[in-house]
Design a protein around this ligand. Structure first.
Ligand code: NAD
Length: 319
């Protein structure tokens, strides 16, 4: 049995008292991209006692962060100058490339030793390239895409899949705890994005099957609220059903997760599958269905609008 004395608790500081109990040491962090996901994520970092300096292309998102206790930056350079950690949460690979690699971008403007955590969903090969460029400047870049949607971002219960070195993961993990409850190091740079691609093919397939089940139930005039309740308690239950079922019944397609972003993600999946000489038939099919949603001008809707395609195919909705 160990005879070592119990460790004594460190003295509380003013910063500790402002923080959520159990939070990491307060850090100065920059947050670039304050949209559907980034806005609530940055607010959660504030709640956990961190100093958060935010920048977004459109100003209202920055104002919301300031109202939540963050600080406004005039641009990327302004946001990252004093930061110990820089978060990015942007739509697509080219957005992240320009913000991180641009002349006035993160790598050019942040101090060496700053860590960059890209939480956007982008191509794994781009994530690896960003990490290589960061290494040349002494600025580690981790890929840490998330799953859990807008609700998960607001509640701070995201799943975070992290690619990078074990040392960099260990250094940022306490800060990531403000954003998620399942935070897993999945391998070297780019691995987080590969895992996220797998996540997105599972999500799309699940959503499509839920859409088909819902239209099937409606056609048979079953009470869909009761049906989804009981299905949700069994093997066919899922987070997708729990999070999206009610809105799909009501045909409320306010995002959430825009179909155009899922279209982007399934492009990433298919290209990575091709690189590995894989055949993923159901992924290809559901990618086409999400593409159809986008082609008919509904990319701005939540991806659960897949249910409207099932109705159209079945002659239950005008195209
Ligand atoms: P969003 O479009 O709501 O937010 C992106 C934000 O980035 C916008 O506010 C936009 O103004 C800002 N922006 C774009 N370019 C910029 C630039 N150059 N400089 C500064 N700001 C810029 O998108 P989102 O739903 O928050 O998604 C962000 C990322 O997270 C995407 O890669 C998406 O695939 C991924 N994701 C989204 C969800 C979801 O449910 N919405 C879930 C998991 C992952």
């Amino acid at each position: 049995m160990s005879t070592a004395p119990e460790p004594t608790a460190p003295e509380a500081t003013a910063a500790d008292s402002a923080a959520v109990p159990g939070s990491a040491t307060p850090r100065t962090v920059a947050f670039i991209g304050l949209g559907v996901m980034g806005g609530p994520m940055a607010a959660n970092l504030v709640r956990h006692g961190h100093r958060v300096i935010g920048f977004n292309r459109s100003r209202p998102a920055v104002d919301r962060l300031v109202a939540a206790g963050g600080e406004a930056a005039a641009g990327v350079a302004d946001a990252v100058r004093e930061a110990e950690i820089v978060f990015t949460m942007l739509p697509d690979s080219p957005d992240v490339e320009s913000v991180v690699l641009g002349a006035d971008g993160v790598l050019a403007q942040a101090r060496p030793g700053t860590r960059v955590i890209d939480m956007s969903t982008i191509r794994p090969d781009v994530a690896r390239r960003l990490a290589e460029a960061g290494a040349e400047r002494g600025i580690p870049v981790l890929d840490a895409p998330v799953s859990g949607g807008e609700a998960g971002a607001k509640e701070g219960v995201l799943s975070v899949m992290v690619g990078g070195t074990p040392e960099d993961f260990a250094a940022v993990r306490p800060v990531l705890a403000a954003l998620g409850t399942t935070i897993v190091h999945v391998g070297p740079a780019g691995s987080g994005q590969t895992v996220k691609a797998a996540n997105q093919l599972i999500t799309a397939g699940n959503l499509q099957m839920l859409a088909e089940a819902l239209v099937f139930l409606e056609a048979h005039e079953v009470d869909t609220a009761s049906a989804l309740e009981v299905i949700g308690g069994g093997l066919a239950g899922s987070t997708i059903l729990a999070r999206k079922g009610a809105a799909m019944r009501e045909r409320n397609f306010q995002p959430g997760f825009r179909a155009e972003l899922h279209h982007k993600d399934l492009g990433i999946v298919q290209s990575a599958a091709r690189d590995a000489r894989l055949v993923l038939p159901l992924t290809a099919l559901v990618a086409q269905l999400i593409a159809a949603l986008n082609a008919r001008g509904e990319g701005h809707l939540d991806h659960s609008a897949l249910v409207t395609l099932v109705e159209t195919f079945s002659g239950r909705r005008q195209p």
